[in-house]
Design a binder for this molecule. Structure first.
Ligand SMILES: [Fe+2]
Length: 250
């Protein structure tokens, strides 16, 4: 049964809705989410409500920051965390509705394992906060090898950097374009970054997610109404640069 794996929605509802439509059009019923449903974007309540229907929800560093403390966040990101927190406690909304949102956050797991696959937001060894960057393959190959040694499944899926692609032992990194949008499973171990639904940073503003088929991974890009998200940002006090970066996908 094909499964959609999404990550880093970041309270961007138009992007989330476009991706969910794409998933539905493909007839896919199972959705796993690698975290950061909230943070940065203007519609945290709506995105959390929608993600409660997913089959798995992992905790990202933005959920952790809202639930506990914003560790390692720059001042702008910290301000967005505080604003998000206020939205989830909005006293104009029914108390039970707010409680349900916090319950969703509280129920998020750090990792999930099934069928020789491990899921985490950051990395397999530090599932919430650690980044695995593309440049680590050149700058810190030992780190990448250690990450491969830190889990036993054949394939790990992560998000967090908002840049999709496949890390392979060696180590090396392949972009989705370099592999024709598909990665064959079973030949080599891999750490697959699924990219970001709501704040892609690879220069392509379209939402990114993957479909896990029986023997391969398919990278998917979905156009969404970015200008609509930018308009929704303008109704909030969130910094403008968070909206404008979406237009460029940076
Ligand atoms: Fe993120």
């Amino acid at each position: 049964m094909p499964t959609a794996i999404v990550s880093d929605i970041h309270a961007n509802l138009p992007a989330m809705e476009s991706v969910l439509e794409d998933i539905e059009m493909r007839g896919i019923k199972r959705i796993l989410c690698l975290g950061d449903v909230i943070g940065y974007g203007p519609e945290p309540r709506e995105c959390l409500q929608r993600c409660s229907a997913f089959d798995v929800n992992l905790m990202g560093n933005h959920e952790e920051a809202v639930l506990f403390d914003p560790i390692g966040f720059n001042p702008r990101a910290k301000a967005a965390v505080e604003w998000t927190k206020q939205q989830l406690m909005n006293s104009d909304c029914p108390r039970e509705e707010n409680a349900a949102l916090w319950k969703i956050l509280d129920s998020m797991k750090e990792t999930h394992e099934e069928d020789d696959v491990l899921l985490a937001h950051g990395t397999p060894r530090d599932p919430i906060r650690e980044y695995l960057f593309v440049h680590d393959c050149e700058d810190d190959p030992t780190k990448v090898e250690e990450l491969f040694d830190s889990f036993t499944a054949s394939t790990a899926f992560v998000g967090h950097t908002h840049i999709g692609g496949v890390f392979l032992p060696g180590p090396r990194f392949q972009t989705p374009d370099e592999i024709g949008g598909r990665f064959q499973l079973g030949k080599e171990r891999a750490i697959v970054n699924v990219g970001s639904v709501g704040q892609p940073r690879d220069g392509d503003p379209r939402s990114s997610y993957v479909v896990l088929h029986e023997d391969q991974i398919e990278f998917c890009r979905v156009e969404y109404p970015v200008e609509e998200t930018v308009r929704r940002f303008r109704r909030t006090p969130l910094p403008e640069n968070l909206a404008l970066r979406l237009v460029e996908g940076r």
